[in-house]
Every structure is written in structure tokens, then in C-alpha cells.
Design a protein around this ligand. Structure first.
Ligand code: PDD
Length: 289
């Protein structure tokens, strides 16, 4: 049985119980974060921590021990013998458990904090082959910038795409591509990268942010500008980014074949630059001890 973290303690999953009155369960009143362990280090923990702090402050959920998360995540890796290879650590922080009412609990109750780790290797086959994604009208709320566990719109859209044989969703709002159900989207036209600006309409991905700085550092032109759905057929390349998949080429959006239907050159370049950054990150951290 694996070990999980619940409210300050490491317990076996069998012994991890939360109240049915938990606001995460009753309302989806909670936020989460996902970090990747690369057999020796977490990639951009600082970026994930900054986003977690922001999600908590935007939702006014108070978790006083937030700074313990990097240590908790590492301890989960060790206790579950996941030190070698790739794993993901998930963290959920809810507003806590209290009788059901929309208002925040009065007096304040402690948040419910749950974290768990699981082995998840990178899908390198998908990096080579690319995936097809389905355009879907973006039905989500206006605060997609908060990493909330309330993901019903993402789940319904993803399942529909999955049922139709697609590997991810391409959300379209007011005629513009926003992002995927659990990834950010980039396009390439004439060697320039395009991605939706970090507004309330997307989650500002940690992988996305790293791609943006890699582009700047390596002389790849990039514009944070939403691509209109009408322009998809004029795009030469497309790719997705997220913590679980890194940089995943998109070769088809609905019926439209992107470029020549194979991962494009700029996409492959960004994949390679990201890989190199992860490796350099690890070497630097390991050298520092
Ligand atoms: N999802 N957009 C959405 C809606 C997401 O859920 C995610 C991440 C991203 C990419 O963010 P990042 O690069 O920080 O992973 C964009 C994670 C992987 C998940 O839900 O498992």
C-alpha cells in the first residue's frame, strides 16, 4: 500500500480518510498543483510554488504550512520508493470541512491538505508521432487562471474528445483558441510561435512559461496572441505543453491536418530545448547537492 500525505501526516492510503462534509467534495472548493519528479529532482518547483500561492490567495484558502510542500513532495517520493525514474506528485488543498453553506466556514476551519505520488513515465512515442485534438466550444468560467479542482467542464469535454478518438481538446472561446482540457496550446506560423496570453481564460502553465523563456533565450520569435479558429488551417505547426507530457506535437485539429501531418521543425526544436533544460536543471541541482 502506498503512502500519502494528509493534514500533516504520512499515512497509508488505506488510512487516509476525509469528511463527507469537506468543501472540496461538496463544492469543488479547492485548488491543486502537480509537480514532476525526474529521478532526482523536481522541475521548476519554484514556478509551481508561485502558482500554488496565487491559487490559494485568489480563492482565499489559507494554508499556513504551504512552504512545507517541497519537503512533503520529496518525502512522498522517498517513502514510496520512487527515487529513480519519473513520477508525478499531486497536491489538493480544500477550504476544509464544515456544514454545507456557500459562505466560508465561520469560525474558520483548517484546510484539508492531501498529496500523493505515482510513477508516470514520459510518453516518448507521442513526442515522435504527435496527436490529434478536437475543437470544442470552451464552456468554462472566467477564472481559468486559478488551478481549481472544479474540473467538470474539462472532464466532460475531454471525455467527448476521447470518445471521438482524439487525445486532447482544443478549447475555442469567442472564436479564439484558448488551451486544452489539461494543457496549453502553441501554434507556429512562418517560424513564429503563437500562444494565448496569460489571462483569466487560460491556466498559466509552468511548462508554457518555460517554453516562452526558452524561445526568448534561443532567438525563436514568440507572440502571446490568441489564434482565431479561422486561422487554424493557416498554421504550419502546433503543439501542447504540460507537466505530464512536456511538449507534445499536434498533427491534426478536428478534420484539419496541421502542416504536413507530422511533428514540425520548430516543435521538435522546442521539444529538444525543453529536454536540455530539464537535464541541465537536474545536473545543476545534483551538483549543488
Ligand atoms: N494540467 N491548462 C490546464 C487547464 C491544465 O490543467 C494544465 C495542467 C495546463 C498546463 O500547466 P502545466 O504546464 O503547469 O502542467 C494548462 C496538469 C498536468 C494536470 O491537471 O494534471
Amino acid at each position: 500500500m502506498d503512502t500519502v500525505y494528509l493534514n500533516g501526516k504520512f499515512v497509508s492510503r488505506d488510512n487516509a480518510w476525509i469528511s463527507p462534509d469537506d468543501r472540496g467534495f461538496l463544492f469543488g472548493d479547492s485548488v491543486y498543483e502537480v509537480v514532476r519528479w525526474y529521478g532526482g529532482f523536481f522541475f521548476d518547483m519554484k514556478g509551481h510554488m508561485a502558482r500554488l500561492r496565487r491559487s490559494l490567495s485568489e480563492t482565499r484558502i489559507i494554508w499556513n504550512e504551504i512552504e512545507s510542500f517541497p519537503e512533503v513532495a520529496h518525502e512522498l517520493i522517498t517513502r514510496n520508493s520512487l527515487d529513480d525514474g519519473c513520477s508525478l506528485v499531486y497536491l489538493q488543498v480544500t477550504r476544509g470541512s464544515a456544514p454545507r453553506t456557500h459562505a466560508f466556514p465561520e469560525p474558520q476551519v483548517p484546510p484539508t491538505v492531501y498529496a500523493s505520488a505515482r510513477r508516470q513515465s514520459l510518453d516518448t512515442l507521442v513526442w515522435e508521432r504527435g496527436i490529434s485534438i478536437e475543437p470544442v466550444t470552451d464552456p468554462r468560467w472566467n477564472r481559468c487562471d486559478i488551478k481549481s479542482t472544479a474540473l467538470l467542464p474539462n472532464i466532460l469535454a475531454y471525455q467527448e474528445a476521447h470518445d471521438h478518438g482524439f487525445a486532447e481538446v482544443c478549447f475555442i472561446r469567442d472564436g479564439f483558441v484558448t488551451e486544452g482540457a489539461h494543457s496549453n496550446i502553441f501554434f507556429v506560423r512562418n517560424e513564429t510561435l503563437y500562444t494565448h496570453p496569460a489571462t483569466n481564460r487560460i491556466l498559466s502553465g509552468i511548462t508554457r512559461n518555460n517554453i516562452i523563456s526558452l524561445a526568448a533565450d534561443n532567438g525563436v520569435a514568440l507572440v502571446e496572441e490568441a489564434v482565431s479558429a479561422d486561422m487554424i488551417s493557416y498554421m504550419h505547426e502546433a503543439f501542447l505543453t504540460n507537466t505530464s507530457g512536456e511538449v507534445v506535437p499536434v498533427i491534426k485539429i478536428g478534420d484539419l491536418v496541421i502542416g504536413d501531418g507530422a511533428p514540425g521543425e520548430i516543435t521538435k526544436k522546442m521539444q529538444r530545448l525543453f529536454r536540455e533544460k530539464v537535464e541541465a536543471w537536474g545536473e545543476e541541482l545534483l551538483a549543488r547537492g
